[in-house]
Design a protein around this ligand. Structure first.
Ligand SMILES: [Zn+2]
Length: 828
């Protein structure tokens, strides 16, 4: 699963107090953390699950018949427990020779306890028939603490009353929601083959796991589709989707690869997903295990509750992945496209071999996270891979409350808590280090052994360790103990001393985190006399030092020469050394660190050389970093940077670099650039257009307002955002409805980006009615995202609006604000 939401929100409002807010509201002593989260015991094993379902769109019900085949896991038993959330259970029978004999059972809205007709041994399969109604929308009414808003089965616009929204049904099983639509043993350490028969309105298409075995048109305007998954997989990976989707077919080695999209986006199916077969091929070869399922489909649905989900052979994406060919011009890999490869890698790490419990979620999610970097370096080069994994490290390190959490975690409050930056980004970074330590060939051989040994079964971190040890012949307990079963990361201080008399260089390494030392195999690169010399060093103590001779004073001592450490690092290099590093050390992170250091010291000539050179760095994200860092108030920087920025703004092949250069030039408010901006406004790239409109806005607000109007119709992404900001900044009551609509209907990211401007606009307009509309929209937004800690920030904005409205004697809006703020501040 890719939990897009939280990541997006954290990323976008990192400037506000989100993380602190969450940390403060978390109770210090959560009793749930004291519970040891054991792997679910296996009394009975699922063998085969056969479902026959119909949907009641009006009632939001699923009418189901199930034939579930099981066997005792080891010990003989005469009873069976099945998870079934909030259902009506009409009949439970044992099936023998095609005949149903009713069984005694009790049901408490969560579990069906069934008394079997006799005691079964573990070499005997038996089949139980269940007739039931699933009522996902009434789950909350069951009032159980175990049931949150995880409905399992979602009816989207089932009455067709929401304009511009298709009618769809889709499911979401992870973590434990499949049992909201069929009775099962809802644990990741269960595996079952399945067969799902769906009867749906004939105008819709269906998708499920495995192959479409049959379709039958019925006389009553419905059609019955049967999907068969003939290889075992876990119940949380079951899926169904029903709706008006257009299917675009592709292929890999004779297997169907398909993309299910709303008809409107179907023409762009290959632009969005067309690289899928290439990724399947790459992962198959890298892992030495061909894509294991009979087909690979991807479907895009509305109102999805997370980012995307790796249902076996049928990944489901949220609608943010839908885009036109033109929008995709700006959709570089690191701009949200990595989800597509993340879900695909799960088809091996997650679906083929499954984490045996949520405590071991790392063997699913850390790998899927790591796979994003794998594809980046394979497809776009080492810099792109290094940039991706560095983003992971920074994401994890920016959340200090995570440093107490083990990667393999047997104590957690809620299983959903496992889906955090420890399991994803920290886990991915650890795999990156492990691959560096073992070398690519041994690492991938280990993954191959892990997959083959545990195929169609479950794995935990120990199986991973054993497989990597088998491949490499090296003990890895030290690595797993500190990184998998321990918490935190090294906080590493690095200082240097050169002694000219003895020609010795000392490197002092000091780990200052609480607790034990991390054992760190390090490469230390010494650049002296025009050549580089690598020294290997194991840091085993919290304080270590390394002394070596050098004929001349080194120009640079580069600790962690492979730049693979997950650590909070303070490196006391001088700016001269960082400058040398930018121009001589080879890696993305070498240059990244140098630009970071140079950005802070632009009075220094060397630092300026780094910033100016980096404007043309070979990797676009570093170009953008330098563009943003360049201090244009420094005459030397500006004089050197301006001609380069003008060239980048006009001709750089990367549209995000062009946009960043335009944005930097825009801040100069130099009328000489007006034509450059006007030309850029004609670009096909929304990012370039958006930057150009914003730059023009700063130069001449009236002109920009008129121009914005002409681009309203064909605007998406950054251009749309720039139009909204232009209106919100300089518009009057005439543009308010447009901005209001965009704000209320926008994606969370759009809303966050626009929120402050929208609040200012709401404070400024003449109409009290419109102002009250605006206030309501801001309050609704604050309530919707209250759980992410935004309420104080939204309340502060509203108080600003209140001051403005009070000056306009708009008592109605002032009252609405008081009421809204009170509601936001109410404890949950
Ligand atoms: Zn995932």
């Amino acid at each position: 699963m890719k939990t897009l939401y939280a990541a997006m929100l954290i990323g976008s409002i990192s400037v506000c107090a989100l993380n602190t807010a969450i940390a403060q509201t978390a109770p210090a002593e959560n009793p749930a953390l004291k519970i040891y989260r054991e792997t679910p015991p296996k009394y009975s094993d699922l063998v085969h699950t056969k479902l026959d379902v119909r949907f009641d769109y009006k009632k939001r019900y699923l009418y189901g018949k199930e034939w579930v085949t099981l066997k005792p896991h080891f010990y003989p038993t005469d009873s069976l427990r099945l998870d079934a959330q909030g259902m009506d259970i009409k009949n439970v029978s044992i099936v023998k020779a095609g005949k149903n004999t009713p069984l005694k059972f009790t049901y408490d809205s969560l579990t069906i306890n069934i008394q079997l007709d006799r005691t079964y041994r573990n070499n005997e399969n038996y089949t139980v028939y269940i007739n039931y109604t699933a009522k996902p929308n009434e789950l909350k009414a069951q009032g159980s603490a175990a049931i949150t808003d995880a409905k399992g089965l979602y009816f989207i616009n089932p009455d067709g009353t929401e304009k511009d929204k298709p009618t769809q049904i889709w499911t979401q099983g992870e973590t434990q929601s499949s049992s909201a639509w069929f009775p099962t043993v809802d644990s990741p350490n269960q595996k079952t083959t399945d067969e799902i028969t769906m009867t749906v309105p004939a105008k819709y298409v269906t998708l499920s796991n495995g192959r479409l075995a049959s379709q039958k048109v019925n006389g009553d305007g419905t059609r019955t589709d049967t999907w068969k998954m003939e290889l075992p997989h876990s119940p949380y990976l079951f899926m169904m989707a029903v709706g008006d989707f257009k299917i675009t077919k592709d292929t890999w080695k004779g297997k169907e690869v398909s993309y299910y999209l709303e008809p409107k986006y179907a023409p762009y199916a290959k632009d969005i997903f067309g690289f899928t077969p290439e990724v399947i091929d790459f992962y198959s070869k890298t892992l030495g295990v061909d894509y294991p399922w009979n087909k690979y489909s991807q479907i895009v649905v509305r109102d999805y509750v997370s980012g995307a989900m790796e249902n076996t052979s049928a990944t489901l994406h949220g609608d943010y992945v839908q885009a036109t060919k033109r929008e995709l011009i700006d959709a570089y890999y690191s701009q949200g496209r990595s989800t597509i490869v993340h879900e695909l890698f799960h088809q091996w790490f997650g679906d083929y071999v499954t984490a045996e419990s949520w405590s071991n979620l790392s063997v699913n999610e850390s790998f899927a996270d790591f796979s994003e970097t794998l594809w980046a370096e394979h497809k776009y080069g080492k810099d792109a891979g290094d940039a991706h994994i560095n983003g992971d490290r920074l994401n994890y390190l920016s959340q200090p409350d995570l440093k107490t959490k083990d990667l393999i975690r047997f104590h957690y409050g809620n299983k959903e808590d496992m889906f955090d930056a420890v399991t994803y980004q920290k886990g991915g970074s650890i795999l990156y280090m492990l691959r560096n330590y073992l070398g690519n060939a041994a690492f991938y051989k280990g993954l191959n052994i892990y997959l083959k040994t545990n195929a169609f079964k479950n794995g935990e971190a120990h199986q991973l360790r054993l497989a990597l040890e088998e491949a490499s012949g090296r003990d890895l307990n030290w690595f797993f103990n500190q990184w998998y079963f321990g918490a935190g990361h090294p906080v590493l201080n690095i200082t240097y001393k050169w002694d000219d008399a003895s020609k010795t260089q000392t490197v002092y390494l000091n780990q200052t985190q609480d607790g034990n030392a991390f054992i760190l195999p390090l490469a230390i690169d010494v650049y002296a006399g025009g050549k580089m010399d690598r020294r290997k060093f194991w840091m085993r103590n919290k304080v270590d030092s390394l002394v070596f001779h050098s004929a001349v004073k080194p120009s640079l001592v580069n600790v962690d020469g492979d730049k693979m450490l997950l650590a909070k690092k303070t490196d006391s290099k001088t700016i001269d050394e960082f400058t040398f590093q930018y121009f001589n050390a080879p890696l993305y992170l070498d240059r990244f660190e140098a630009i970071t250091a140079a950005a802070k010291q632009q009075a220094n000539g060397g630092a300026r050389k780094v910033i100016i050179a980096a404007l043309n760095d070979k990797y676009y994200e570093l170009q953008i970093k330098a563009i943003k860092a360049a201090d244009m108030t420094n005459d030397d920087v500006r004089n050197a940077a301006q001609p380069i920025l003008i060239k980048l703004a006009q001709t750089d092949p990367n549209t995000l670099v062009r946009a960043a250069a335009i944005t930097a030039l825009g801040k100069l408010k130099a009328s000489g650039n007006t034509n450059l901006f006007k030309d850029a406004l004609k670009s096909q790239s929304y990012a370039v257009q958006g930057a150009a409109l914003t730059a023009l806005s700063a130069l001449n607000p009236e002109d920009a307002l008129a121009l914005a109007k002409t681009y309203e119709k064909d605007s998406e992404g950054a251009l749309k955002q720039a139009i909204l900001v232009t209106y919100a900044t300089t518009g009057n009551d005439d543009q308010f409805d447009y901005v209001y609509k965009a704000f209320t209907e926008g994606q969370p990211q759009t809303q966050f980006d626009l929120m402050k401007k929208f609040a200012d606009y709401t404070g400024r307009i003449k109409s009290s009615d419109k102002a009250q509309q605006g206030v309501k929209a801001i309050v609704d937004f604050g309530i919707k995202f209250k759980k992410y800690g935004v309420a104080p920030q939204v309340a502060a904005l509203l108080n600003g609006v209140k001051e403005s409205r009070a000056k306009l004697n708009d008592t109605a809006s002032v009252a609405a604000i008081d009421k809204g703020v009170a509601e936001l501040q109410k404890p949950e």
